[in-house]
Design a protein around this ligand. Structure first.
Ligand code: URA
Length: 290
Protein backbone atom coordinates (compact mmCIF):
# COMPACT_ATOMS: atom_id res chain seq x y z
CA UNK A 1 0.00 0.00 0.00
CA UNK A 2 1.22 3.50 -0.74
CA UNK A 3 1.42 6.44 1.61
CA UNK A 4 -0.97 9.26 0.58
CA UNK A 5 1.05 12.45 0.08
CA UNK A 6 0.52 15.75 1.93
CA UNK A 7 -0.74 17.38 -1.30
CA UNK A 8 -3.48 14.74 -1.77
CA UNK A 9 -4.90 14.40 1.74
CA UNK A 10 -4.55 17.83 3.33
CA UNK A 11 -4.52 18.00 7.13
CA UNK A 12 -4.48 21.23 9.13
CA UNK A 13 -2.42 22.12 12.20
CA UNK A 14 -4.77 20.33 14.58
CA UNK A 15 -4.56 17.15 12.50
CA UNK A 16 -8.04 17.61 11.04
CA UNK A 17 -9.05 17.07 7.42
CA UNK A 18 -8.71 20.39 5.61
CA UNK A 19 -12.16 21.45 4.33
CA UNK A 20 -14.27 19.95 7.12
CA UNK A 21 -11.81 20.71 9.97
CA UNK A 22 -12.80 17.43 11.65
CA UNK A 23 -10.49 14.81 13.21
CA UNK A 24 -11.23 11.07 12.83
CA UNK A 25 -12.43 10.60 16.43
CA UNK A 26 -14.82 13.58 16.04
CA UNK A 27 -17.01 11.89 13.40
CA UNK A 28 -19.80 9.33 14.00
CA UNK A 29 -20.51 6.47 11.57
CA UNK A 30 -24.09 7.66 10.97
CA UNK A 31 -24.02 11.03 9.25
CA UNK A 32 -26.85 13.37 8.27
CA UNK A 33 -26.02 15.95 5.61
CA UNK A 34 -27.87 19.23 5.07
CA UNK A 35 -27.04 21.90 2.50
CA UNK A 36 -27.42 25.02 4.63
CA UNK A 37 -24.84 25.50 7.44
CA UNK A 38 -27.57 27.14 9.56
CA UNK A 39 -29.62 23.93 9.43
CA UNK A 40 -26.95 21.89 11.25
CA UNK A 41 -28.20 23.19 14.58
CA UNK A 42 -31.79 22.42 13.55
CA UNK A 43 -30.70 18.77 13.42
CA UNK A 44 -28.44 18.70 16.50
CA UNK A 45 -31.28 20.32 18.50
CA UNK A 46 -32.77 16.82 18.44
CA UNK A 47 -29.61 15.30 19.99
CA UNK A 48 -29.68 14.46 23.73
CA UNK A 49 -26.07 15.59 23.98
CA UNK A 50 -23.71 17.43 21.57
CA UNK A 51 -20.12 16.29 22.12
CA UNK A 52 -18.39 18.64 19.65
CA UNK A 53 -18.94 21.36 17.03
CA UNK A 54 -16.53 22.15 14.19
CA UNK A 55 -16.59 24.68 11.34
CA UNK A 56 -14.55 25.71 8.32
CA UNK A 57 -16.10 27.79 5.52
CA UNK A 58 -19.60 26.40 4.72
CA UNK A 59 -18.82 23.04 6.34
CA UNK A 60 -20.31 22.90 9.84
CA UNK A 61 -20.26 19.61 11.78
CA UNK A 62 -21.99 18.74 15.07
CA UNK A 63 -21.44 15.30 16.62
CA UNK A 64 -23.53 13.95 19.48
CA UNK A 65 -25.89 11.31 20.77
CA UNK A 66 -29.57 10.42 20.67
CA UNK A 67 -29.79 7.80 23.40
CA UNK A 68 -26.93 5.38 22.72
CA UNK A 69 -26.74 6.28 19.01
CA UNK A 70 -23.85 8.50 17.97
CA UNK A 71 -24.60 10.79 15.03
CA UNK A 72 -22.87 13.56 13.11
CA UNK A 73 -24.62 16.24 11.08
CA UNK A 74 -22.56 18.00 8.39
CA UNK A 75 -23.46 20.87 6.06
CA UNK A 76 -22.35 20.40 2.46
CA UNK A 77 -23.34 23.66 0.77
CA UNK A 78 -25.01 23.35 -2.63
CA UNK A 79 -24.06 21.09 -5.54
CA UNK A 80 -22.12 17.96 -6.43
CA UNK A 81 -18.78 19.80 -6.57
CA UNK A 82 -19.16 20.33 -2.82
CA UNK A 83 -20.33 16.72 -2.44
CA UNK A 84 -17.01 15.59 -3.94
CA UNK A 85 -15.19 17.36 -1.09
CA UNK A 86 -17.50 16.27 1.71
CA UNK A 87 -17.84 12.58 0.74
CA UNK A 88 -14.11 12.15 0.15
CA UNK A 89 -13.23 13.79 3.46
CA UNK A 90 -15.87 11.80 5.40
CA UNK A 91 -14.44 8.66 3.82
CA UNK A 92 -10.88 9.70 4.66
CA UNK A 93 -11.87 10.27 8.30
CA UNK A 94 -13.23 6.73 8.49
CA UNK A 95 -10.83 4.82 6.26
CA UNK A 96 -7.40 6.48 6.22
CA UNK A 97 -4.96 6.40 9.14
CA UNK A 98 -3.98 10.08 9.53
CA UNK A 99 -0.67 9.19 11.26
CA UNK A 100 0.66 6.76 8.65
CA UNK A 101 -1.36 8.24 5.72
CA UNK A 102 -2.20 4.69 4.64
CA UNK A 103 -5.64 3.26 3.83
CA UNK A 104 -6.82 1.14 6.78
CA UNK A 105 -7.11 -2.60 6.19
CA UNK A 106 -10.69 -3.05 7.43
CA UNK A 107 -12.98 -0.68 5.50
CA UNK A 108 -15.69 1.16 7.46
CA UNK A 109 -19.00 1.67 5.67
CA UNK A 110 -20.67 4.89 6.79
CA UNK A 111 -24.40 5.58 6.71
CA UNK A 112 -24.91 8.93 4.99
CA UNK A 113 -28.41 10.44 4.81
CA UNK A 114 -29.08 13.72 3.01
CA UNK A 115 -31.99 15.84 4.26
CA UNK A 116 -32.53 18.59 1.69
CA UNK A 117 -34.99 20.33 -0.59
CA UNK A 118 -36.14 19.62 -4.15
CA UNK A 119 -38.57 20.60 -6.89
CA UNK A 120 -41.38 18.16 -7.71
CA UNK A 121 -41.81 16.94 -11.30
CA UNK A 122 -45.20 15.32 -10.71
CA UNK A 123 -48.53 17.11 -10.27
CA UNK A 124 -49.46 14.51 -7.65
CA UNK A 125 -46.43 15.28 -5.41
CA UNK A 126 -47.34 18.60 -3.77
CA UNK A 127 -45.22 21.23 -2.07
CA UNK A 128 -44.44 20.46 1.59
CA UNK A 129 -44.48 16.67 0.97
CA UNK A 130 -41.39 14.46 1.32
CA UNK A 131 -39.67 12.37 -1.38
CA UNK A 132 -37.17 9.60 -0.70
CA UNK A 133 -34.90 8.98 -3.70
CA UNK A 134 -34.91 5.36 -4.90
CA UNK A 135 -32.21 6.35 -7.43
CA UNK A 136 -30.04 9.37 -8.13
CA UNK A 137 -29.73 10.23 -11.82
CA UNK A 138 -26.88 12.66 -12.40
CA UNK A 139 -26.86 15.28 -15.15
CA UNK A 140 -23.81 16.82 -13.48
CA UNK A 141 -20.27 15.73 -14.38
CA UNK A 142 -18.92 14.42 -11.05
CA UNK A 143 -19.16 10.65 -11.28
CA UNK A 144 -17.60 10.28 -14.79
CA UNK A 145 -14.30 11.32 -13.17
CA UNK A 146 -14.34 8.11 -11.06
CA UNK A 147 -14.43 4.44 -11.96
CA UNK A 148 -17.43 2.55 -10.60
CA UNK A 149 -19.74 -0.29 -11.51
CA UNK A 150 -23.47 -0.32 -12.24
CA UNK A 151 -25.88 -3.15 -11.50
CA UNK A 152 -27.74 -4.65 -14.52
CA UNK A 153 -30.97 -3.00 -13.23
CA UNK A 154 -29.28 0.40 -13.07
CA UNK A 155 -27.99 -0.02 -16.64
CA UNK A 156 -31.50 -0.89 -17.90
CA UNK A 157 -33.00 2.17 -16.24
CA UNK A 158 -30.21 4.39 -17.56
CA UNK A 159 -30.72 3.03 -21.06
CA UNK A 160 -34.43 3.82 -20.85
CA UNK A 161 -33.59 7.35 -19.66
CA UNK A 162 -31.17 7.90 -22.54
CA UNK A 163 -33.84 6.69 -24.98
CA UNK A 164 -36.59 8.96 -23.63
CA UNK A 165 -34.67 12.13 -22.69
CA UNK A 166 -32.52 13.29 -25.56
CA UNK A 167 -30.12 15.80 -24.04
CA UNK A 168 -27.39 17.30 -26.20
CA UNK A 169 -24.33 15.04 -25.60
CA UNK A 170 -22.27 18.16 -24.89
CA UNK A 171 -24.67 19.12 -22.06
CA UNK A 172 -24.65 15.96 -19.96
CA UNK A 173 -23.47 12.34 -19.67
CA UNK A 174 -26.22 10.95 -17.43
CA UNK A 175 -25.32 8.40 -14.75
CA UNK A 176 -27.55 6.49 -12.33
CA UNK A 177 -27.01 4.85 -8.93
CA UNK A 178 -29.59 3.32 -6.56
CA UNK A 179 -30.12 4.13 -2.87
CA UNK A 180 -28.85 1.75 -0.19
CA UNK A 181 -31.75 -0.77 0.00
CA UNK A 182 -31.46 -1.28 3.78
CA UNK A 183 -31.88 2.47 4.37
CA UNK A 184 -34.57 2.97 1.71
CA UNK A 185 -36.91 0.39 3.27
CA UNK A 186 -36.96 2.28 6.59
CA UNK A 187 -38.57 5.37 5.01
CA UNK A 188 -41.97 4.13 3.80
CA UNK A 189 -44.80 5.77 5.62
CA UNK A 190 -45.37 9.41 4.79
CA UNK A 191 -42.78 9.53 1.99
CA UNK A 192 -43.24 9.53 -1.78
CA UNK A 193 -40.58 7.49 -3.54
CA UNK A 194 -39.00 7.79 -6.98
CA UNK A 195 -36.04 8.66 -9.16
CA UNK A 196 -34.36 11.98 -8.32
CA UNK A 197 -32.55 13.87 -11.08
CA UNK A 198 -29.50 15.80 -9.90
CA UNK A 199 -28.78 18.92 -11.95
CA UNK A 200 -25.61 20.99 -12.28
CA UNK A 201 -27.53 24.21 -11.57
CA UNK A 202 -30.82 25.68 -10.37
CA UNK A 203 -31.90 27.72 -13.40
CA UNK A 204 -31.46 26.43 -17.00
CA UNK A 205 -30.33 22.96 -15.80
CA UNK A 206 -33.74 22.74 -14.06
CA UNK A 207 -35.66 24.35 -16.94
CA UNK A 208 -36.01 27.77 -15.29
CA UNK A 209 -35.96 30.86 -17.52
CA UNK A 210 -35.24 34.28 -16.11
CA UNK A 211 -33.23 36.02 -18.87
CA UNK A 212 -31.07 33.15 -20.21
CA UNK A 213 -32.71 30.96 -22.88
CA UNK A 214 -32.77 27.16 -22.62
CA UNK A 215 -30.84 24.78 -24.89
CA UNK A 216 -33.32 22.03 -23.91
CA UNK A 217 -36.77 23.66 -23.45
CA UNK A 218 -38.55 20.27 -23.24
CA UNK A 219 -36.58 19.14 -20.17
CA UNK A 220 -39.32 19.39 -17.53
CA UNK A 221 -41.96 17.81 -19.76
CA UNK A 222 -39.69 14.93 -20.77
CA UNK A 223 -38.50 14.23 -17.22
CA UNK A 224 -42.02 14.29 -15.80
CA UNK A 225 -43.26 11.84 -18.48
CA UNK A 226 -40.35 9.38 -18.14
CA UNK A 227 -41.59 5.88 -17.35
CA UNK A 228 -39.88 2.49 -17.23
CA UNK A 229 -41.31 -0.61 -15.52
CA UNK A 230 -43.52 1.56 -13.32
CA UNK A 231 -40.62 3.76 -12.25
CA UNK A 232 -40.96 7.52 -12.57
CA UNK A 233 -38.91 10.65 -12.00
CA UNK A 234 -40.36 12.39 -8.96
CA UNK A 235 -38.13 15.41 -8.39
CA UNK A 236 -34.90 17.25 -9.09
CA UNK A 237 -32.28 18.95 -6.97
CA UNK A 238 -28.47 19.32 -6.86
CA UNK A 239 -26.73 16.69 -4.67
CA UNK A 240 -28.37 13.25 -4.58
CA UNK A 241 -26.67 11.50 -7.53
CA UNK A 242 -23.25 12.74 -6.38
CA UNK A 243 -23.85 11.28 -2.91
CA UNK A 244 -25.15 7.97 -4.26
CA UNK A 245 -22.31 7.82 -6.79
CA UNK A 246 -19.50 8.47 -4.32
CA UNK A 247 -21.24 6.11 -1.90
CA UNK A 248 -20.86 3.43 -4.58
CA UNK A 249 -17.23 4.37 -5.33
CA UNK A 250 -16.18 4.45 -1.65
CA UNK A 251 -18.43 1.72 -0.21
CA UNK A 252 -20.87 3.75 1.92
CA UNK A 253 -24.63 3.36 2.36
CA UNK A 254 -26.46 6.46 1.20
CA UNK A 255 -29.99 7.79 1.15
CA UNK A 256 -31.40 11.16 0.10
CA UNK A 257 -34.70 12.59 1.32
CA UNK A 258 -36.12 15.91 0.15
CA UNK A 259 -38.79 18.31 1.33
CA UNK A 260 -40.58 19.50 -1.80
CA UNK A 261 -40.47 23.28 -1.84
CA UNK A 262 -41.47 23.85 -5.50
CA UNK A 263 -43.91 22.02 -7.76
CA UNK A 264 -42.70 22.72 -11.30
CA UNK A 265 -45.77 21.25 -13.01
CA UNK A 266 -48.28 23.27 -10.99
CA UNK A 267 -45.83 26.21 -10.84
CA UNK A 268 -46.26 26.51 -7.06
CA UNK A 269 -43.77 27.31 -4.31
CA UNK A 270 -44.15 26.40 -0.64
CA UNK A 271 -45.60 29.18 1.53
CA UNK A 272 -43.09 28.19 4.24
CA UNK A 273 -40.23 26.09 2.86
CA UNK A 274 -38.33 26.36 6.12
CA UNK A 275 -41.23 24.81 8.06
CA UNK A 276 -41.30 21.94 5.52
CA UNK A 277 -37.59 21.28 6.06
CA UNK A 278 -38.00 21.41 9.87
CA UNK A 279 -40.85 18.89 9.62
CA UNK A 280 -38.67 16.61 7.46
CA UNK A 281 -35.77 16.86 9.91
CA UNK A 282 -38.01 15.96 12.85
CA UNK A 283 -39.57 12.96 11.07
CA UNK A 284 -36.34 11.64 9.56
CA UNK A 285 -34.18 12.07 12.69
CA UNK A 286 -36.78 10.07 14.64
CA UNK A 287 -36.41 7.18 12.16
CA UNK A 288 -32.59 7.44 11.91
CA UNK A 289 -32.22 7.38 15.72
CA UNK A 290 -34.19 4.08 16.04
N1 URA B 1 -33.80 22.73 -4.86
C1 URA B 1 -33.59 22.63 -6.18
O1 URA B 1 -32.48 22.29 -6.62
N2 URA B 1 -34.62 22.92 -7.01
C2 URA B 1 -35.83 23.31 -6.57
O2 URA B 1 -36.72 23.58 -7.38
C3 URA B 1 -36.03 23.41 -5.19
C4 URA B 1 -34.99 23.10 -4.35
Amino acid sequence: MTRIAESELILNTRGAVYHLDVRPEELAETIITVGDPDRVKAVSRHFDRVEGTYQHREFVTHTGYIGQKRLSVVSTGIGTDNIDIVLNELDALANIDFDTRMVKEEPVSLQIIRLGTAGSLQESIPVDSFVVSSHGLGLDNLLPFYTYHNTPEELQLLEAFRGQIRLQPSAARPYLIEAAPALLERFNEGFHQGITVTCPGFYAPQGRVLRGNLSHPELIEQLSHFSFENRHITNFEMETAGIYGLGRVLGHQCLSISAIVANRIRQEFSKDGNAAVMALIEKAVGIIAQ
